[in-house]
Design a protein. Structure first.
Length: 62
């Protein structure tokens, strides 16, 4: 596997975890817990976007 394949897997994992946290936030009845989960999900989505941009730049067109 090449380096970009590993990065793509990490980006996918981050996005999946962010989705799980968002769903947990929706189910939470505690407003503080809901906010904490939403914030963590947002940070993971932002991180996955940054890593995706790095991965896209690092790809060899050949």
């Amino acid at each position: 596997m090449n380096a970009s394949g590993g990065s793509s897997g990490r980006v996918r994992q981050l996005r999946e975890k962010a989705q799980e946290l968002s769903q947990a936030a929706e189910r939470s009845t505690d407003p503080d817990e809901r906010r904490r989960l939403q914030d963590k999900a947002r940070r993971l989505r932002e991180q996955s976007e940054q890593e995706s941009k790095i991965d896209d730049r690092g790809m060899d067109p050949m």
